[in-house]
Design a binder for this molecule. Structure first.
Ligand code: PEP
Ligand code: MG
Length: 325
């Protein structure tokens, strides 16, 4: 099977209908980057920046971050990298960062909330990203954005740092894209102005699903209880797809589910144009997409919705079983 996937490496993830899906990879360590050329990923759709913070005994220095991010961009060799700013708190805690004791940390003071309330670390990280990307394109996305206003404030913080770096005489990124991770149901229903302001949206399905079903992603008792292909969730994802379509906003999905071939097929079928996953999933996902007709998948999901079924998974599994190799 690995060989079959290797032979697909340079082929597009194009369904038999002719629709092409962009497959990207998730990363978080320098050690992940060699997979970019070998997996056939078109870009790094999610670079989780927490690891440089979580694997240390102390706060990393700005100069260390500049060096790390520059090496990531070097290794990406011109392919785009969506750097996700620090998503600390909840399941990700750094020993040297003081944290309040929270009754419900997943819904607590984490990710962008910390960055907006105590912007010191976020600003340092943004400075490092700007310097690392000097003369090159830079894509930054903010985690756990819950409202359009939070996104606007985060983007203002970034723009102020750009201005500061300019005044200090540093070379600026050649191009800047500012995105939001869609991880809370509230953001899906943000005003149109949010969709028009944001350069791209990446659905963080792990968190989005946890908040959609109110089922803790860390809790073994409930974490597998609700299916990603549950019709309620697919119908909700379609709201995001439609709003992005109407406002011409670039959309991708970067939660773990994007790396599960049948789930990925459903996402492609409802119109999510780009999927970002662990590198080892790219071959299996691409293989399935190439054997499928995404129009048929879309119709199949619509029929499941009309028939009032709970989940699209049984119908999709039948469909996948019917495909020829
Ligand atoms: C997600 O929530 O789907 C996501 C990609 O971010 P993380 O898993 O790092 O929270
Ligand atoms: Mg998340």
């Amino acid at each position: 099977a690995q060989e079959r996937y290797a032979s697909l490496r340079d082929k597009p993830a194009m369904g038999r209908c002719g629709t092409q899906i962009t497959l990207k990879m998730n990363a978080g360590l320098m050690a992940d980057l060699p997979s970019l050329p070998t997996s056939g990923a078109e870009a790094v759709g999610l670079f989780r920046t927490e690891l440089q913070f979580l694997t240390r005994e102390r706060m990393p220095r700005r100069s260390e971050l500049v060096a790390t991010y520059a090496r990531v961009l070097d290794a990406a060799a011109g392919k785009s990298v969506h750097f996700r700013t620090l998503d600390i708190g909840s399941d990700k805690v750094a020993p040297y960062m003081k944290r309040p004791d929270e009754p419900n940390p997943a819904m607590g003071w984490r990710a962008l909330r910390v960055g907006l309330d105590k912007p010191g670390v976020l600003r340092m990280q943004l400075q490092a990203l700007i310097r690392a990307a000097a003369g090159r394109p830079l894509s930054v996305m903010f985690p756990l954005v819950a409202t359009g206003e939070e996104f606007a404030r985060a983007r203002d913080t970034l723009m102020r740092e750009i201005e500061r770096e300019r005044r200090l005489g540093h070379e600026l990124p050649e191009q800047l894209k500012v995105g939001a991770m869609m991880e809370t149901p509230s953001l899906a229903y943000a005003p149109d102005s949010f969709y028009r302001e944001v350069d791209f949206i990446s659905i963080g399905g792990n968190d989005l699903k946890q908040f959609f079903f109110a089922a803790d992603r860390e809790n073994e008792l409930v974490r597998r209880r609700y299916d990603t292909l549950n019709v309620s969730f697919l119908t909700f994802l379609q709201v995001i797809v439609d709003r992005c379509h109407e406002t011409e906003t670039a959309l991708s999905f970067c939660g773990e589910d994007a790396g599960r071939p049948v789930d990925a097929l459903a996402m492609a079928g409802i119109g999510i144009p780009a999927l970002s996953m662990r590198p080892a999933s790219i071959g299996p996902v691409k293989s399935l997409i190439r054997r499928s007709n995404l129009n048929e998948v879309s119709e199949l999901i619509a029929r499941v919705q009309v028939r009032g079924l709970e989940s699209a998974r049984p119908a999709l599994l039948d469909y996948v079983a019917s495909l020829v190799d």
